[in-house]
Design a protein around this ligand. Sequence first.
Ligand code: NDP
Ligand code: 8X3
Length: 249
Amino acid sequence: MSKRIVLITGATSGIGEATTRLLADNYRLIICGRRKERLEGLKKELGGDVQTLSFDVRDKKAVFDSINSLPEDWQKVDILINNAGNAHGLDLIHEGNTDDWDAMMDINVKGLLYVSKAVLPQMVDRQQGHIVNISSIAGLEVYPKGNVYCASKHAVDALTKGMRMDLNEHGIKVTSIDPGLVETEFSEVRFKGNSEKAKQVYQNYTPLTAHDVAETIEFVISRPAHVMIGDLLILPTDQASSTIVNKKS
Ligand code: NDP
Ligand code: 8X3
């Protein structure tokens, strides 16, 4: 069987980068992100069948232009991994920064929609495909100060369910992967580069690694054609819920 084509957003760090590394041998990869130099570095390191696309998922025109610019033999994307996203800030609702709110809704929700819209028509034409949305435990639960990030991931959860219904008659699988705490650049972004604060999020217990989530993604996309994993919650053993983490001190 020829290798399937996977488009991964947010491939420049964390879960997306780990997924790129894990899938590189067995899939043809289109890796996306704003940091072009990281994409080029990965492509060079991995060799093989890799295309890079650098765009901001908030920029509707850039999303469509980039994806439409793929060479003919790369346009039939089999699997879309909607992974790009972040939390911006951790604030009480009445103290929140409206630019942070815009960023989370525009990237996590609207960006995911734009990329899906750019990729889906050829899947519908071919009556096959797989969308994997990287949501979060924050899409299933709400935690103090998580307000808008949780709202954005709850929206991703609703979109996953809606996509699954609308795409059902077209033979397209739709999966949500909902990780708990994963040590990546996520907290660096949330705390705007405050490394001390970011590090504390992962201290005194064992968080998931990006590779753990990548392995789950690999499992989900390698099931037989008649099997669709719907929703998959993956947690560190030390985490019971958004607010219950067995910290050792
Ligand atoms: P990272 O910060 O390590 O990675 C985020 C990725 O998203 C980067 O590759 C970044 O690329 C990309 N990205 C962010 N903003 C944009 C944008 N405007 N346009 C294009 N790409 C963008 O975090 P994670 O790997 O942890 O996060 C990946 C996904 O996993 C996110 O959706 C996150 O919500 C989710 N998640 C994370 C958890 C965690 O604890 N870490 C837990 C549950 C879910 P670049 O900056 O180069 O554009
Ligand atoms: C990321 C996990 O708990 O920081 O989605 O929201 S959490």
